[in-house]
Design a protein around this ligand. Structure first.
Ligand code: FA5
Length: 350
């Protein structure tokens, strides 16, 4: 008790306790939310609450009064604590009967959509079909002849080990390491002119990293006729790149080596992300590699029984993931295979 204050009277305190009870019990019944209830509890039972204040002032009473009023106050405190607890339960209780709220919006069904690689493949095929190419599909399990021998990669040729780590199957078969075997399969059964594209899955013992996958897609292209030249190859790939990436891209053919083409080249395009300035996607070179190409080696034409003095042709093999990554600005090939719907849901037809 502070100096100058009278000790509280016993009758005042009893009245205060009665009044508190009359106030709080209906107030507990009236609250409409758990937050309101908590605010009410703090107002009466909190550290600075009204009942707490009454309990504090009891210490100034005589011992006898302190015991009797203290008892009443503690009983009230317990009553109120119980009343608050009961009301909280009421808020937390689930409705006993279920009902249908017909005004709620319906649950949205997740609609499936095409995988980005399917979308890009369809678009690529559409572009080449528009230029007069015919689409073929081929087997993913190949023989040594189609995957290597007929493509001028004989046993012991360094390109076998260097270019492709392979998945071999019993019986001398293997999972094709590129789509080029389809050049042979089609030419064996067709007389020139041949103008085909072959999209398809290919397999190599490559470790999964940001730009390599052990399973990936390629698009093979082949055009054989009289008088087909390197200029035709260049024009076709240039037109294709502009159709897919926009008129702003610049393409280049950089000298390369493949046993089944001579001369051979690599198709590179100016980085669509940085416009050739240099960025993470193009490893700061300003250029992105799309695939290999070249003039079909005369030995390959001979292997399928074509008159290699009369006919010439070009071929190319592009990485479809690479094309999709550039088209959409994706910097990691693993995203295509992670099956993350948050990623896959972003793509629609192009
Ligand atoms: C070949 O596979 C040749 N058959 C291409 C070719 C066809 C050349 C016709 C000449 C004539 P290469 O190994 O460079 O070439 O692969 C072609 C493209 O496939 C690469 O540029 C790359 O875009 C893609 N590629 C290769 N390995 C992987 C991999 N592990 N993951 C994803 N893409 C790959």
């Amino acid at each position: 008790m502070q100096a100058g204050q009278h000790p509280p009277k016993k009758s005042d305190l009893l009245k205060a306790l009665d009044l508190l009870k009359e106030e709080v019990i209906p107030a507990i019944a009236d609250v409409r939310s758990q937050n309101e209830l908590e605010a009410l509890r703090v107002r009466y039972l909190g550290r600075k609450g009204k009942l707490t204040a009454v309990l504090r002032s009891i210490k100034d009473l005589s011992e006898d009064e302190r015991r009797r009023i203290g008892q009443r106050a503690n009983v009230l405190k317990q009553e109120l604590t119980n009343a608050f607890a009961e009301r909280i339960e009421g808020f937390q209780e689930k409705p006993k009967t279920s009902y249908i709220d017909v005004t709620l919006p319906g649950r949205r069904r997740h609609l499936g959509r095409k995988h980005p690689l399917t979308i890009v493949t369809n678009r690529i095929v559409e572009i080449f079909v528009g230029m007069g190419f015919e689409e073929y599909l081929g087997p993913e399990i190949e023989t040594d002849w189609y995957n290597f021998e007929a493509l001028n990669i004989p046993e012991g040729h360094p390109a076998r080990g260097e270019m492709f780590g392979n998945f071999y199957l019993p019986g001398g078969l293997l999972l094709r390491s590129h789509t080029s075997p389809m050049q042979i399969r089609v030419m064996e059964n067709t007389e020139p002119p041949v103008r085909i594209i072959v999209p398809g899955r290919t397999y190599r013992r490559d470790a999964f990293d940001a730009s390599h996958s052990p399973v990936f897609y390629q698009l093979e292209g082949l055009y054989v006729d009289e008088g087909v030249s390197f200029a035709d190859l260049k024009g076709t790939l240039q037109r294709f790149s502009k159709e897919l990436f926009g008129e702003g891209v610049t393409t280049k053919l950089r000298p390369s080596y493949f046993p089944f083409t001579e001369p051979s080249a690599e198709l590179i395009v100016s980085c669509v992300r940085c416009n050739g300035e240099g960025c993470k996607v193009c490893a700061h070179t300003g250029w992105l590699e799309l695939g290999g190409c070249g003039i079909v080696h005369p030995q390959v034409l001979r292997n399928v029984g074509y008159d290699y003095e009369r006919y010439t042709g070009y071929a190319f093999g592009l990485g479809i993931e690479r094309l999709a990554m550039i088209r959409y600005g994706i910097d990691d090939i693993r995203r295509f295979y992670a099956n993350d719907l948050r990623f896959l849901d972003q793509f629609s037809e192009i």
